[in-house]
Design a protein around this ligand. Sequence first.
Ligand SMILES: Cc1ncc(COP(=O)(O)O)c(C=O)c1O
Length: 419
Amino acid sequence: MADIFEKLLKDQGPLGQHRERAHGYFAFPKLDGPIGNRMNFRGKEMIVWSLNNYLGLANHPEVRKIDGEASVQYGLALPMGARMMSGNSNFHEQLERELAEFEHKEDCILMNYGYQGIMSAIDAICSRHDVIVYDAESHACIIDGMRLHTGHRYVYKHNDIADLEKQLQRATSLIEKQNSGGILLITEGVFGMAGDQGKLKEIGALKSKYQFRLLVDDAHGFGTLGKTGAGAGEEQGCQDDIDLYFSTFAKSMASIGAFMAGPKPIIDFIRYNIRSQIFAKSVPMPLVLGNLKRLELLKTRPELKEKLWSNALKLQNGLKERGFDIGNTDSVVTPVYMKGGVEEATAMVMDLRENYGIFCSIVVYPVIPKGHIIYRLIPTASHTDEDIEVTLNAFSETKEKLDAGVYKVAEIPAMADVV
Ligand SMILES: Cc1ncc(COP(=O)(O)O)c(C=O)c1O
């Protein structure tokens, strides 16, 4: 019999195999200093395009004040235990009420993390005879939620309504054959990699033909889309078609935690049956108070969303004018598609960091097909015109070098932290 650790030592996984050259630089980099448009990386100031601090709330003085004061007043331990047992408070319930009202839903449940929250909600909602129909580009937390599902699941091609209909037909006939079960359709409000919105309006319209309930993960739409910032449903004018609206606090709110909003009896069911919350510690008080303040700012300071969009459009239009391919984004998420190998991509990222002071994330094989590179730029309300100009120039120059083969290197540059 093998030692179970043996295989882990032989194969560190698709990304882990590069760790000896990449750790601390291409993977697990450490950004220092206050969160903002410019931060320090290995002692050098960089323009940072990697943080989902969309509204610039992470370092907003009112946010910092309440985060600090609430920590002093309550400490990080309170409330102890899970919500159901001993970890509830009036502030937790106030935040739930305010989020439900903001999303035009009857009720809402707080979750201590988005990833485990949505996974576990899917598990709570779906039983063996239910069928999940989901978008092929769904976030890992949705895929993992599905792994907990013991029944059938049908994937549809990303944002392809014709294929979605096919899968709904398959799901419907399976349920008719079983004579029990229902359909949960899961998609995202904004797909975080490509920045395109889920086709919520078209999906909602299918409710007249098929019977299903719609769960939307709007991690990137919450606070960035819609007239009031209520997200992709508000933006597309179909909030009522969303039966369960989910978002994390990790992006626009620049915090920790998440929520799911929907009809009162359904949220109550989830509240009493969601294992990841029933058997885990409640969100700490400073985070709850901090999230109440963030939500207040999100609702009352529309200028933050306006600035975010003004920056996003300047960046996106600037890239397009310079001939870059930014795909189909209709959110602030800004992908830049290029062609090249993994080694080339890392050499280019290194040049951007070391010689242009630009810090952005890249996505390469095996996350996307071989030979493709996606730069993922996340504009925020705290970026400046100068940040955008410097970045556009840097992209133009480095793209020329990429096309000229300057970055063709034999292997990923050795940039790992010396420990
Ligand atoms: C679409 C989406 N859903 C869920 C999550 C997970 O949220 P959390 O960071 O709160 O676990 C993320 C990432 O943060 C995300 O991008």
